[in-house]
Design a protein around this ligand. Structure first.
Ligand code: NDP
Ligand code: MG
Length: 384
């Protein structure tokens, strides 16, 4: 039996993880589960999974959590400190599936106490990639990618040397506005942006997929996870989302990983690696798909992708600035306070202002990154 903590169990990745675990209840035993606001679902899952502890990030919901768990032998905890306490539980695997910057501290803490971190929270690598991976190495924690593209790269690399890699081909669905002109993007509504053509995901990453900031984040993620230069990562728009990414080797061979657009396989691979867990999910039907299309990504229409590349070139805490600005802007778009195209503008202006105010620095530790995050948020909010 492997012990597992599930951070963000009430979210899209969290619930898909639960589905995978239910098919392998003889292999995993759940220790801590955490949620943000959805206290009823958190309590229900904690009971169903027979967890030892449930943590709700919103401290005002602790009493409700306690009463929902009444009669069950499950510890209730809350707040950011409660998330850190949960991360300090020694387990075999931590599923890191909190969304956004809120996941950074609990996930970094988990690197010390878990043998493996299955990493869904890509914002950890966007904001603090080098520090995060140095911390994992220091504690001998294995980081397995959950993001489908990076899981694909990881799978394509099995049995090969990373030194033999020539190129990473990072696939992108292109999102719901793949064929829109900039003029057509002026009037995009929230409902349109939330309507992803292929993937069913949480709200924040769905908007990131529409702006292509998600692909930018994934580019940064790949840059940190694999020993490769930025110029060796190419984004390939592939509207069917069947090929999850490819590795081109120095003998010209290109290896791809394919699957249906759902997260079960990537999650189970991150949990089971090097083993493949048997999964009872939908299988790929190539005859039904019949055709696979590829086109280059347009960084002029999708400025967020360009900004993500720039943030790697600028280095230091630029990723943290970009992430903070994007989180502020996406939250405002979700509240219908700003237009779709304003998301990229706010990100760009925040980076420019952060640069002129010397906020983009070489961070020595996570506290520096957190400080930069706070300052970038203040700038981004002033631009809303
Ligand atoms: P969701 O919005 O569906 O879920 C997010 C989870 O984080 C929920 O459990 C939520 O709790 C919790 N949460 C939100 N805010 C806080 C907070 N301040 N403190 C603690 N917990 C919080 O997101 P997804 O599952 O879609 O995404 C999770 C992560 O995985 C993201 O980083 C995303 O980029 C990444 N990812 C997701 C994919 C997907 O298919 N969904 C694919 C690849 C990567 P509650 O709901 O109770 O408020
Ligand atoms: Mg992805």
């Amino acid at each position: 039996m492997k012990t597992i903590n599930i951070f963000g169990v009430t979210g899209s990745i969290g619930l898909s993880t639960v589905k995978v675990l239910k098919q392998h209840s003889d292999k995993f035993t759940v220790n801590a589960v955490t949620g943000g606001n959805n206290v009823k679902l958190l309590a229900q899952l904690a009971i169903e999974l027979n967890a030892e502890c449930a943590v709700i990030a919103n401290i005002s919901k602790l009493d409700e959590l306690k009463s929902l768990l009444n009669g069950h032998n499950i510890e209730a905890d809350c707040g950011e400190d409660g998330l850190i306490r949960a991360a300090e539980r020694e387990v075999d695997i931590c599923m890191a599936a909190i969304v956004g910057y809120a996941g950074l501290k609990p996930t970094i803490t988990s690197l010390k106490y878990a043998k493996r971190v299955a990493l869904a929270n890509k914002e950890c690598l966007v904001t603090a990639g080098e520090l995060f991976l140095a911390e994992a190495q220091k504690h001998g924690c294995v980081v397995t990618p959950v993001d489908s593209e990076h899981s694909a790269m990881f799978q394509c690399l099995q049995g090969s040397q990373t030194s033999e890699m020539e190129k990473i081909l990072l696939t992108a669905s292109g999102g719901p506005f793949r064929t829109h002109t900039l003029a057509q993007m002026q009037d995009i509504t929230l409902a349109q942006a939330l309507n992803h053509p292929n993937w069913d995901m949480g709200a924040k990453i769905t908007i990131d997929s529409a702006t292509l900031m998600n692909k930018g984040n994934e580019l940064i993620e790949a840059y940190h996870l694999f020993p490769i230069e930025l110029e060796q990562i190419e984004v390939v728009v592939h509207k069917q989302s069947i090929i999850h990414s490819l590795i081109q080797y120095h003998d010209g061979s290109v290896i791809a990983q394919l699957g249906t657009p759902e997260m079960g396989t990537a999650i189970s691979y991150a949990l089971g690696w090097p083993e493949r867990l048997k999964l009872d999910f939908k299988r790929l039907d190539l005859f039904k798909i019949a055709q696979l299309d590829f086109e280059p990504a347009d960084e002029q229409r999708f400025k967020c992708l360009y900004l993500a590349k720039q943030s790697v070139i600028m280095g230091g805490t630029c990723g943290a600035v970009l992430n903070a600005a994007n989180e502020v802007a996406v939250a405002a778009f979700l509240r219908e306070e700003i237009a779709f195209l304003a998301i990229a503008d706010i990100c760009e202006q925040t980076i420019n202002l952060a640069q002129s105010r010397d906020i983009i620095i070489n961070a020595d530790n996570i506290n520096d990154v957190c400080e930069v995050d706070q300052q970038a948020r203040i700038i981004a909010k002033s631009l809303l």
